[in-house]
Write a protein that binds this ligand. Structure first.
Ligand SMILES: *[C@@H]1O[C@H](CO)[C@@H](O)[C@H](O)[C@H]1NC(C)=O
Length: 175
């Protein structure tokens, strides 16, 4: 294999150093034209009554895994998949280092750590989250996704009365 002679590698090395310095300068360019940089955060809980909302028997699920998935509109091609695990309070955090304009990004449930509460339902196992700074949202950095629930396979015995209570709260006038 032919190797470049020493005399030619020194200028190359100098160029490489210059390039490295230049890229650091780009990376630390002032915000505003920032190409992205988000933290997606949210909570995963157990919905023992399969209610679709939180009740007094819902519980956070620590150690559950979720992924953040982005797809270009139209083309189904996946452009990002990042994974995270919930902490002891059921919160996850995913760092995203790019802007995802013209993409649909969602947090999707992967796996529950609680076998008794590990069912998912199509469309209810995800939460959309905008990952672009070009959508009029002024807040930078943190994006909160709606809480997402795993369901218990068999609702708890007292779910009937629990849900009734929430129904009554929602509808002030009962028929
Ligand atoms: C939840 O609310 C229901 C209905 O008011 C009640 O019977 C039940 O004891 C409550 N459960 C807990 C865990 O607080």
């Amino acid at each position: 294999m032919a190797r470049p002679r020493f005399a030619t590698t020194a200028p190359l090395l100098a160029l490489a150093v210059l390039a490295a310095v230049a890229s650091v300068a780009v990376a630390t360019a002032p915000a505003g034209k920032d190409p992205g940089g988000f933290v997606v955060t949210g909570r995963v809980y157990c919905d023992p009554c399969r209610a679709g909302f939180e009740t007094n028997v819902s519980k956070s699920i620590p150690g559950a895994t979720v992924s953040v998935e982005c797809r270009h509109y139209g083309a189904g091609r996946e452009s990002l998949k990042a994974e995270a695990t919930t902490d002891e309070k059921g919160w996850y955090k995913v760092e995203i280092d790019q802007d995802h304009q013209e993409e649909i990004c969602e947090v999707v449930l992967d796996k529950s750590s609680d076998p008794a509460c590990s069912e998912t339902e199509k469309t209810r196992d995800r939460s959309r989250v905008p990952l672009t700074s070009n959508n009029g949202l002024k807040q930078n950095g943190i994006r909160y996704a709606n809480p997402i629930a795993f369901f218990r396979k068999e609702p708890l015995a007292d779910c009937g009365s629990i849900l009734q209570k929430y129904d009554l709260q929602d509808a002030p006038e009962t028929p």
